[in-house]
Ligand binder design. Structure first.
Ligand code: C5P
Length: 258
């Protein structure tokens, strides 16, 4: 279990620190085509429980998170709501479900639009990263509380990365144009944490297609910082990732003594 390094989001502030409420937005509206045919990715089961439920629990496990906004497939908000109603979640955490959009970026924006007043820190967490440990979630929140406008969990890369000139036809050889210094590269995960006003401004200002929210804050000219990521926060993207996720769950069950 976690050491619970953060004060709970109670109305009583810790000495010297004002109460700052944290909400998590979970974009879960993707189809997950790379995972193969079947239900939308977030609704696929892991250890018998939908991936999305794992992701909501991973956010709710942090005592600092008092609201989770789930962004459902545009035509599936009702189904997602009933699904969440049938799974136990901590009582201290409120859950809202809103319909998502065409892109991840639009889905996050719709989640942000649904946030009530009173939440000054926002986490954005992919439903596709169901197994992120609570210590990683807390480390992100802590860094935002310490004053960073945007925080990403990051890991060094195992593979060397090449920049290529993409081939017109998939599978054709692609010329390599550069090899960035691996020691300066990081693979970033979620939850990414933000000062709410900064993230809202980023979503109002940046219109380019992006693959994560922190890069929108970078485009505002602000500094994004990293905290250590975790290997269990990997994104379930391809069929092999499902096998790995099941193995991580099995190991946790063994360690928890079930
Ligand atoms: O496609 P990708 O793996 O980058 O998706 C990351 C997350 O964004 C997933 O949790 C997915 O459900 C979500 N997403 C979304 N709305 C979309 C596309 C993706 O909420 N239109």
């Amino acid at each position: 279990m976690s050491d619970d390094p953060l004060p709970p989001s109670s109305p009583t502030p810790a000495p010297g620190r004002p109460t700052v409420r944290t909400a998590a937005v979970i974009p879960a509206a993707g189809r997950g085509v790379r995972l193969g045919p079947g239900a939308p990715k977030a609704l696929r089961a892991l250890g018998g429980t939908p991936m999305l439920v794992h992701a909501v629990r991973a956010m709710a496990d942090s005592r600092a998170v008092s609201l989770v906004v789930v962004v459902a497939p545009p035509d599936g908000a009702g189904e997602v709501k009933s699904l969440l109603d049938t799974h136990a979640l901590p009582e201290r955490t409120d859950v809202l479900v809103v319909p998502g959009g065409e892109s991840r970026q639009q889905s996050v924006k719709l989640g942000l639009d649904a946030l009530p007043e009173g939440y000054d820190i926002v986490l954005v967490h992919d439903a596709a990263r169901p197994l992120v440990p609570v210590d990683t979630v807390d480390a992100v929140i802590e860094a935002v509380r310490d004053g960073a406008p945007a925080v990403v969990p990051a890991l060094p890369l195992a593979d060397t990365v090449k920049q290529v000139e993409p081939a017109a036809t998939p599978g054709e050889p692609e010329p390599v144009v550069a090899t960035p210094d691996r020691s300066r590269l990081r693979a970033v995960q979620t939850p990414q944490g933000f000062d709410r006003a900064t993230l809202v401004r980023a979503h109002e200002t940046v219109t380019d297609d992006v693959t994560d929210d922190a890069s929108m804050v970078e485009q505002l000219g602000l500094t994004v910082v990293t905290v250590p990521g975790h290997e269990e926060a990997f994104k379930v993207t391809r069929p092999l990732d499902l096998v790995l996720a099941e193995a991580v769950l099995a190991r946790r069950r063994l360690n928890d003594g079930f």
